[in-house]
Design a protein around this ligand. Sequence first.
Ligand code: NCD
Length: 309
Amino acid sequence: MSFKGRDVVSIREFSRQDIEHILDVAREMLPIAEGKKKSNMLGSHVLSTFFYEPSTRTRLSFQSAICRLGGRYIGFADPNVTSMKKGETLADTAKMAEAYSDAMVLRHPHEGSARLAAEFCSKPVINAGDGAGQHPTQTMLDLFTLREELGAIDGKTIAMVGDLKYGRTVHSLSYALAMFGAKLIFVAPKELQMPKEIIDRLNAQGAELKNTTKLDDAVKEASALYVTRIQKERFPDPNEYQRVAGTYQVNAELLKCADDKLIVMHPLPRVTEISPDVDATKHAMYFKQAFYGVPVRMALLALVLGEVD
Ligand code: NCD
């Protein structure tokens, strides 16, 4: 299937074959992402990056990706400087992305916002996180990391730790991992477990999954630990956040019982859930994972803009 003009709203709209193709193109992009090779592949293109929520990696890696391929970007990182302040709707803003650029990257606090923007913008719309919904491009770079660093994804055990209720990264990632034949362990306090509708869909996909509150057991079993931040900003009640804050911490001591080859991933930003003493261990993969966002987003942009088949 051609990628040209395609929206990237939910990971569930991509087949395994689609994703493998994106990851293959991303691998070819690696020397350009590292600045070792020059490219003008997207030289005629302008990308809109519209961020209604804080972001460091997602926004900057999309901007780095388009720049490395010779294109340019316009956009904002703070919606308070836009006409949203005057009451403009997201639908109208999406029409402006269509008028001023060739594709739109959108992060927004409301679930369903990327879908709505895609209805009003005829150019490709890429969901860079919609509330507690999905984060499909993060999933693509997570899969790229797993494939590059573990060699394969099929049959591997991946433990997701932390806020599985509000974390959009783990929502998208669990669907994709199930499709790739990985085994899933969900480690979360009972208040923050994976939403039932996602578990139901995963079961319908035939996923092999297990729920636990015990981090130690998961560490012993897993090939990769995917740690997440407790999503403070999504809690309707701050007291509820206080009750679960700091439930889990991965530190060098805990990793002593892990397999030598275990990798520790995190979409970042981390707060207290990964201790800085993990950074110097052979398990730490999160900074390299963040770099992989560049080649993966380069591949995706080149594909949806029709410059690569
Ligand atoms: C994540 C997000 O925004 O969902 N960050 C990211 O995109 N790398 C995770 C988080 O904010 O905890």
